[in-house]
Design a protein around this ligand. Sequence first.
Ligand SMILES: Cc1cc2nc3c(=O)[nH]c(=O)nc-3n(C[C@H](O)[C@H](O)[C@H](O)COP(=O)(O)OP(=O)(O)OC[C@H]3O[C@@H](n4cnc5c(N)ncnc54)[C@H](O)[C@@H]3O)c2cc1C
Ligand SMILES: NC(=O)c1ccc[n+]([C@@H]2O[C@H](COP(=O)([O-])OP(=O)(O)OC[C@H]3O[C@@H](n4cnc5c(N)ncnc54)[C@H](O)[C@@H]3O)[C@@H](O)[C@H]2O)c1
Length: 487
Amino acid sequence: MSRISCAAVCAAPTLGYVSDYDYDLVVIGSGPGGQKAAIAAAKLGKRVAIVDRLEMVGGSCLHTGTIPSKTLREAVLYLTGMSQRELYGASYRVKQEITVADLLSRTRHVIDREVQVVRAQLQRNHVTLIAGTARFVEPHVIAVKGSGQSEQARVSAGAVVVATGSRPARPAQVDFDEARVLDSDEILQLEEIPSSLVVVGAGVIGIEYASVFAALGTRVTVVEQRDRMLEFCDPEIVESLKFHLRDLAVTFRFGEKVVDVVVSDRATVTTLVSGKRILADAVMYSAGRQGLTDDLGLENAGLAADERGRLQVDEHYRTDVDHIYAVGDVIGFPALAATSMDQGRLAAYHAFGEPVRELAELRPIGIYTIPEISYCGATEAELTSAAVPYEVGTARYRELARGQIAGDSHGMLKLLVSTVDRRLLGVHLFGTGATDLVHIGQAVMGCGGSVDYLVDAVFNHPTLSEVYKIAALDATNKIRALERFGD
Ligand SMILES: Cc1cc2nc3c(=O)[nH]c(=O)nc-3n(C[C@H](O)[C@H](O)[C@H](O)COP(=O)(O)OP(=O)(O)OC[C@H]3O[C@@H](n4cnc5c(N)ncnc54)[C@H](O)[C@@H]3O)c2cc1C
Ligand SMILES: NC(=O)c1ccc[n+]([C@@H]2O[C@H](COP(=O)([O-])OP(=O)(O)OC[C@H]3O[C@@H](n4cnc5c(N)ncnc54)[C@H](O)[C@@H]3O)[C@@H](O)[C@H]2O)c1
């Protein structure tokens, strides 16, 4: 175990209190939640340490989750030539035989660069990085074990932020062999691209990976116990995604549950409750995640996790023990890198009495399937059940010059607009750049803007952003027609 000290380590607290503890704050876990908690406290002049295994600096977000999966997607889009096929024809490829090495070299490069960024940020904010695995021995005392499993350090802390993240849930009856039967954290270790793959669980992780492998030419079967997938999204957009995935030879088995997976050195057979058997090169489980609290010694801190390893917190991310906070995946929903970062920052502010504003309620969802999906605000189903009258404005990328230039004819935007006061209530996107474009709608809605702003604003041409203007015109044309009918 090593302790990587930073220049001018341990700046004295500036807020007028002197602590007997080694650190004012110790953060356990260096993922997005932990990083932002540590830096926020350091910016307040606190003495901060963050504990994680050296090879995990940046968290599972950086090593097995968000960043590698998004980089893999980008590599697949580029090498398969998929996003250019509308322009150059169905047989267009940048590389004929794509190997795991081709894909992983890009992923490795991005991870290495990002680790450097995280370490540099911690260093320049004078956060001490303690390498190892942390465990509570007392509510204010944390023992750190190195790779040899022996205790290497003991540190005391005025406040603690637990940001230990999550791991994939693994059903006990399935024999994960790290070669053909894998969970979603292990999928990046595949030695070759499978020609067929069973994905168990059609949550966000399952569907993102299903679309990446389908784009690579793998025959994918998705098994999902519920009757539908991504039920929180706009059903029309989910239908469009399913259409695209089926077109890439994805088979969906909804309302089906896996009972058994048998593996040999050549293949796997997945058996469903209905009796169906699916032969495939590999199986990936993406059937939910479990908070990482098993070995944290929570009992020594006066805490307990629920059956899914999660810690309960109040609105300030404080656990039942006043000086211990928890953020990120370890507190469960929404379990996103996006939200974990802000939770970390807010927890640190609260711990040191810094005034905070609550996070804006309006939060975007981004799903990096191929094509991607993103939305913000209300869905049609929510507005209908709340009896809020609205009109829909729709625009398709194929109507945009930029859509033609980019070779995306299937992309679309749906705007949901109040017919009472013309406020924007929801935006739903499908296609190229959806996860970026959503922020235009988010900003307008966040400022209480109306559809008229989008009609009157001048947009750069040719851009995909113009999709907002066309959808806004569509919505206002419909509203006007109805109003005229009313007169
Ligand atoms: C495949 C996949 C794709 C995803 N895609 C997205 C996406 O596109 N957008 C998005 O917003 N979110 C996405 N997520 C979710 C996102 O990755 C997580 O929400 C985020 O990483 C949670 O951050 P965290 O701070 O809770 O910690 P994590 O990133 O989970 O990191 C926790 C860290 O704590 C460390 N740790 C654990 N126990 C200890 C201990 N006892 N001592 C010391 N250190 C410890 C671990 O080593 C790890 O480094 C994805 C997740 C997966 C799995
Ligand atoms: N783009 C993003 O924002 C992004 C990307 C990936 C992951 N994430 C986050 O990661 C978290 C975990 O995602 P996830 O997809 O693993 O979990 P999930 O809980 O969302 O989905 C798991 C799915 O597996 C199904 N399932 C469970 N057991 C099954 C069985 N035996 N047979 C068939 N189906 C089964 C469940 O019904 C469920 O639909 C989510 O909270 C998500 O927000 C976010």
